[in-house]
Write a protein that binds this ligand. Structure first.
Ligand code: FAD
Length: 470
């Protein structure tokens, strides 16, 4: 591989942050090596995150539609069954095709790929324990740490990936659990809860906080929770897990009110712990070269993604900011643009967030609570999908668009969409917000009819004037 030859850029970690940084660096003419310990590129996102979860969300949605919605559309099916091994195989095929695709992109862009565990021996040298045995030293003028994050458990709970699973185990269960308890009502817990709920599990979500997905706009969150409850997801909010017992057949989970009080015991076949993720820097030798981290282990960087050690950079889940694949990618591009002497920029306030349930919830910019807290005078424009012709035509009209705009200037501050495909619809708003558009700018753009996107246009009209269709 790259041996002792010096690279311009060495990337440790081949996730969305690392592999994108490596490709971009090579495209900018920098000699680049990427080190990955997993044996496959794509990181958490491709191997055990975004991609396999979206594959299962889609397959389980198809099953659920076939079972519960086809008949009302006049499509008769005599028997609908889940074939879990085939469903898992389709997911695995999607993952392996995509990870191999990145290897192809590395070859095309002349990125050297070293398979192994990297650790610092100096700020410009990384020793790699190769997966195939032996070790090599990779040198670089610039090193980018893109080692991502790992599953976080809770005190006293040991994840065995069989009965007590992390998201990784929840993506590979060998049968549909009759009862599934999800600890943590963040987006990963709700997505995985949706998958198994659609396939037949009775799903209970236990959450310490008083709300699900705390970063979400409260009004949207309320509607979202109601929608999930209609799908038979049960929520136990303000509830603390105090003990877990796996000595019997299933799992017994003891919980009590977060504020203290009487304990109850819940039973499940599988418990999914999705209580957040933690930056991963184990075995990297950060202390050896003196790289600074914060209290929760995130690597601290300046606006050019450089750590306190010159020549050592960090991007993605391992630094502060939203722990999302597209944010990691943006970090990666900006970081190598700086290294190449250009200018890079990522605005974390304008990173969209999507929960891929059905309906999906997508948002960009500020929530109404944040706008209020900042003391900004604002207007709200809303439009329900019940009044959107396309949503009615396809009989999938649960959801709403909510736009927050500055009162005086009409500048868009935040957009929140709950709808089927909200994750695609949001990008019109992402562009608008990045170009400091006003809601009138969106409203005056001709939108194709009949589309779900028209709901965004109408919500924009509602912000400064009146919508037409409600
Ligand atoms: P990672 O993807 O974690 O990659 C880091 C890589 O570095 C890993 O492959 C690791 O093996 C490697 N590595 C670590 N240490 C070393 C070392 N010392 N030497 C060599 N290699 C090393 N985000 C979204 O935006 N959308 C989604 O829909 C979404 N869904 C998710 C669903 C689940 C179930 C999970 C768990 C996460 C999801 N995420 C999603 C989050 C997303 O996966 C992460 O934000 C993203 O992967 C972060 O990218 P990264 O490159 O920083 O780190």
């Amino acid at each position: 591989a790259s041996g002792s030859e010096e690279n311009d850029v060495v990337v440790i970690g081949g996730g969305p942050g690392g592999y994108v940084a490596a490709i971009k660096a090579a495209q900018l003419g920098l000699k680049t090596t990427c080190i990955e310990k997993r044996g496959a590129l794509g990181g958490t996102c491709l191997n055990v995150g975004c991609i396999p979860s979206k594959a299962l969300l889609h397959s389980s949605h198809m099953y659920h539609e076939a079972k519960h919605s086809f008949a009302s559309h006049g499509v008769k099916v005599s028997s609908v069954e889940v074939d879990l091994p085939s469903m898992m195989a389709q997911k695995d095929k999607a993952v392996s095709n995509l990870t191999r695709g990145i290897e192809g992109l590395f070859k095309k862009n002349k990125v050297t790929y070293v398979k192994g565990y990297g650790k610092f021996i100096s700020p410009s040298e990384v020793s790699v324990d190769a997966l195939e045995g032996g070790s090599t030293v990779v040198k670089g003028k610039n090193i980018i740490i893109a080692t991502g994050s790992d599953v976080k458990s809770l005190p006293g709970i040991t994840i065995d990936e069989k009965r007590i699973v992390s998201s990784t185990g929840a993506l590979a269960l060998s049968e549909v659990p009759k009862k599934l308890i999800v600890i943590g009502a963040g987006y990963i817990g709700l997505e995985m809860g949706s998958v198994w709920g659609r396939l037949g599990s009775e799903v209970t979500v236990v959450e310490f906080a008083s709300d699900i997905v705390p970063t979400m706009d409260a009004e949207i969150r309320k509607q979202f929770q109601r929608s999930l409850e209609k799908q038979k997801m049960t929520f136990m909010l303000k509830t603390k897990v105090v003990g877990v017992d796996t000595s019997g057949n299933g799992v017994k989970l003891t919980v009590e009110p977060a504020a203290g009080g009487e304990q109850t015991t819940l039973e499940a076949d599988v418990v999914l712990v999705s209580a957040g993720r933690t930056p991963f820097t184990a075995g990297l030798g950060l202390d050896k070269i003196g790289v600074e981290t914060d209290k929760v282990g995130r690597i601290l960087v300046n606006e050019r993604f450089v750590t306190n050690v010159s020549g050592v950079h960090a991007i993605g889940d391992v630094i502060p900011g939203p722990m999302l694949a597209h944010k990691a990618e943006e970090d990666g591009v900006a970081c190598v643009e700086f290294i190449a002497g250009k200018h890079g920029h990522v605005d974390y306030d304008k990173v969209p967030g999507v929960v891929y349930t059905h309906p999906e919830v997508a948002s960009v910019g500020k929530t109404e609570e944040q706008v209020k807290a900042l003391g900004i005078d604002y207007r709200v424009g809303k439009f329900p999908f019940l009044a959107n012709s396309r949503a009615k035509a396809i009989d999938d009209a649960e959801g709403i668009v909510k736009i927050l705009a500055e009162k005086e200037s009409d500048k868009i501050l935040g957009v929140h969409i709950m709808a089927p495909n909200a994750g695609e619809l949001i990008h019109e708003a992402v562009i608008a917000i990045n170009y400091d558009a006003s809601s009138e700018d969106i409203a005056r753009v001709c939108h194709a009819h009949p589309t779900m996107s028209e709901a965004l246009k109408e919500a924009a009209m509602a912000t400064y004037d009146k919508p037409i269709h409600i």
